[in-house]
Design a protein around this ligand. Structure first.
Ligand SMILES: Nc1ncnc2c1ncn2[C@@H]1O[C@H](COP(=O)(O)OP(=O)(O)OP(=O)(O)O)[C@@H](O)[C@H]1O
Ligand SMILES: [Mg+2]
Length: 168
């Protein structure tokens, strides 16, 4: 990954991004470390780049035109078919736990595919064993990404696992 990468505390990797394109690239690279099923929690203020990162992850999981990955603000969840199912969830407009139930999150979370959740801080209970990414706007186009890998940073497998799962 980028040379601007530095490990601050165990299991947390900090990466600087200077552009939306770079954030997408980081997302694609992160996708390579995801197993199926996986959950990615994206946290950060409005406009910090969560959807941009989600596009990159989707590209890394086989979506050739990540521009069609748009924030599912009204439906709360969009489904894409890459090398595995990709559930893109945005909880910004979540009104409460009752709403959360209507998404059917429990039906797919941790059971199949890769689930990417923007505004995951709105969930009362955070999914376990998730990759967590906190994004911060550091001024201009600079973004700080703090990534906590599940298993304390151990990168356990790659896209090939997602592929082999799909074939089953
Ligand atoms: N380094 C960067 N990485 C990502 N986005 C950047 C960067 N620099 C500038 N931007 C701009 O910041 C905005 C990020 O938008 P994006 O929709 O990805 O944010 P978001 O966190 O999903 O917002 P929201 O909370 O509204 O869902 C875009 O307009 C993008 O062009
Ligand atoms: Mg967004």
């Amino acid at each position: 990954m980028s040379s601007r990468r530095a490990r601050r505390k165990p299991g947390v990797v900090q990466i600087l991004s200077m552009s939306p394109e770079e954030t997408q690239r980081i997302g694609s690279e992160l996708a390579q470390s995801l197993t199926v099923p996986s959950v990615v929690l994206l946290r950060g203020a409005l406009g910090t780049g969560k959807t941009t990162l989600a596009r990159g992850i989707a590209r890394g999981l086989g979506i050739d035109d990540p521009g069609r990955v748009i924030s599912p603000s009204f439906t709360l969840v969009n489904l894409y078919h890459g090398v595995c199912p990709i559930y893109h969830v945005d909880l910004y407009r979540l009104e409460g736990e009752r709403d959360l139930g209507t998404i059917g999150l429990d039906d797919f979370l941790g059971t199949e595919g890769v689930t990417i959740i923007e505004w995951s801080e709105k969930m009362d209970v955070q999914p376990e064993k998730a990759m967590e990414v906190e994004l911060e706007d550091a001024g201009g186009d600079l973004r700080v990404l703090r990534i906590k890998f599940p298993n304390g940073g151990k990168v356990s497998c790659s896209r090939s696992t997602a592929r082999s799962r799909k074939r089953r």
